[in-house]
Design a protein around this ligand. Structure first.
Ligand SMILES: [Zn+2]
Length: 154
């Protein structure tokens, strides 16, 4: 199978770092952002937010797969199972009106981290998700949302 890879030489994968339980010194994902993990997948509050959809979640495979082309279908199923749980947790605790998922592959598909990830966004009436831009959050903004999701899941 052809693998359409864009990962640069010597790429230090930020999501492998999260899965491995390592802390980062910068504003990136902290261990306290993780809302769910099992042997196959990890879900955490994204460090980049959209202005009207705060506290969205990324679901990633624990094994490094760059994109959907190489993602094993059983892992894809597990990712969607956790996305569904996350969606229900958001419905139960964020008070959102709906949920959207997004998943990007290759530069033309707006991928910017070279480890497969599925975005799960809380949606609100007239939130303009597709017209707004993402921005980096401060680490101390994220536990508020992580605790909501965990409180519903566990
Ligand atoms: Zn990785």
């Amino acid at each position: 199978m052809t693998v359409y890879s864009h990962k640069p030489e010597g790429y230090k994968c930020p999501f492998c770092r999260v899965v491995a339980g390592k802390e980062t010194q910068n504003k990136g994902t902290k261990q306290t952002d993780i809302v769910y993990r099992n042997d196959h997948v990890t879900a955490f509050i994204a460090s980049k937010w959209w202005p009207n959809n705060k506290g969205h979640v990324l679901v990633v495979p624990n094994t490094h797969y760059e994109n959907m082309y190489e993602l094993p279908v059983d892992i894809a199923g597990e990712i969607h199972r956790v996305a569904q749980l996350t969606a229900l947790a958001m419905k139960g605790t964020y008070g959102c009106d709906g949920i959207s998922t997004r998943q990007h592959n290759e530069p033309a598909g707006n991928q910017d981290v070279w480890h497969y990830h599925l975005h799960v966004y809380p949606r609100y009436e007239n939130d303009h998700l597709y017209k707004t831009k993402g921005y980096s959050t401060e680490p101390d903004e994220r536990p508020f949302y992580a605790e909501k999701i965990r409180s519903w899941l566990f």
